[in-house]
Design a protein around this ligand. Structure first.
Ligand SMILES: Nc1ncnc2c1ncn2[C@@H]1O[C@H](COP(=O)(O)OP(=O)(O)OP(=O)(O)O)[C@@H](O)[C@H]1O
Length: 286
């Protein structure tokens, strides 16, 4: 890792989010370094979604400050943050359902290139738009399904399209929100490989329950518990942290004897999942 990786691109300082009497985010400070593969983990209700909503501008913090590349973005709307280079993976909605991956990406790339609503013309006429779309379709294993309506795509392909759309916005900071959640086993590998191959110059914050993905992807981790930052460090440090083990092992039956982090060998170089790593007993839906 080069020294440029010490540069912070996204910083949250002393973030507090209160919903009435509930403190969902409790003085959280987080620094996303340039080119980082940074995972945000924590059991259900830890405050991960709230923190992402604060970072992306969906929520305004009760206290604290957020800076992107050194500039204060705390008061900016979500679309203004996207324009500044911070993008979150999009959930496919009804609009995109009827479009094909090629049309969806053409729309996004055209808007990104300032061609706006002329995207359908741009697709035929603009070589750069067509080339960028072809590149993204290839990179995200969508070429063979590029002319099918999104609604008929396999779920894994839809998740790939979500990340492709985000990347079409040319982000410098990418927030990946549970990219493998709900993806069937047979489609996971393609998704994991694609996520691993994201451009090195894009700084990534990954919010994920799946510890296979977290430990194979991240070079740094932040652990949230009850809205508070419990600890942060390299995958080796996190896998061997007694406090982290206690949090997950104290997480009910899901954290069974063969369960996550128990006896986990810290992966050297952070490149392998710890033995028994799975959902870390923190299934968001269960
Ligand atoms: N709009 C809201 N109003 C009231 N309480 C909220 C609101 N949003 C979140 N909370 C509370 O804040 C806490 C943190 O929730 P959050 O969804 O951010 O956690 P999480 O780590 O994303 O959980 P999960 O892994 O289950 O998705 C929870 O106690 C939750 O009930």
């Amino acid at each position: 890792m080069s020294t440029s990786h010490n540069e912070t691109v996204l910083a949250a300082q002393g973030l507090v989010m209160r919903f009435g009497g509930i403190t969902a985010t409790n003085h959280v400070t987080l620094n996303l370094k340039k080119g980082a593969r940074h995972a945000l983990i924590g059991p259900n209700g830890a405050g991960k979604t709230t923190l992402v909503n604060l970072l992306t501008g969906v929520l305004q913090p009760t206290e604290g400050r957020i800076t992107l590349e050194g500039r204060d973005i705390t008061g900016l709307a979500p679309h203004q943050r996207v324009a500044r280079g911070m993008v979150r993976t999009f959930q496919i909605n009804q609009l995109f359902d009827s479009l094909t991956p090629l049309q969806t990406l053409a729309l996004t790339v055209s808007q990104q290139s300032g061609l706006g609503a002329k995207w359908w013309q741009a697709l035929g006429q603009s070589k750069p738009v067509a080339e960028r779309c072809a590149q993204l379709l290839e990179q995200f294993h969508l070429t063979e399904v590029m002319d099918q309506p999104t609604r008929v795509l396999a779920y894994g392909k839809r998740r790939l399209l979500e990340i492709a759309i985000a990347l079409a916005c040319e982000p410098r900071v990418l927030l990946l929100d549970e990219p493998v959640a709900g993806v069937p086993a047979g489609e996971r590998e393609e998704l994991l490989q694609t996520v691993a191959a994201l451009p090195a110059d894009v700084s990534v914050l990954l919010i994920e329950h799946d510890m296979d993905l977290v430990f194979s992807f991240a070079n740094y981790m932040t652990v949230l518990v009850n809205g508070t930052l419990l600890t942060e460090g390299t995958p080796d440090q996190i896998a061997n942290d007694p406090q982290v083990k206690a949090v997950y092992l104290g997480h009910g039956e899901e954290a069974n004897a063969a369960g996550p982090l128990q006896g986990a060998k810290a992966p050297s170089g952070g490149s392998a999942a710890p033995a028994g790593a799975g959902s870390m007993g923190a299934n968001p839906h269960g």
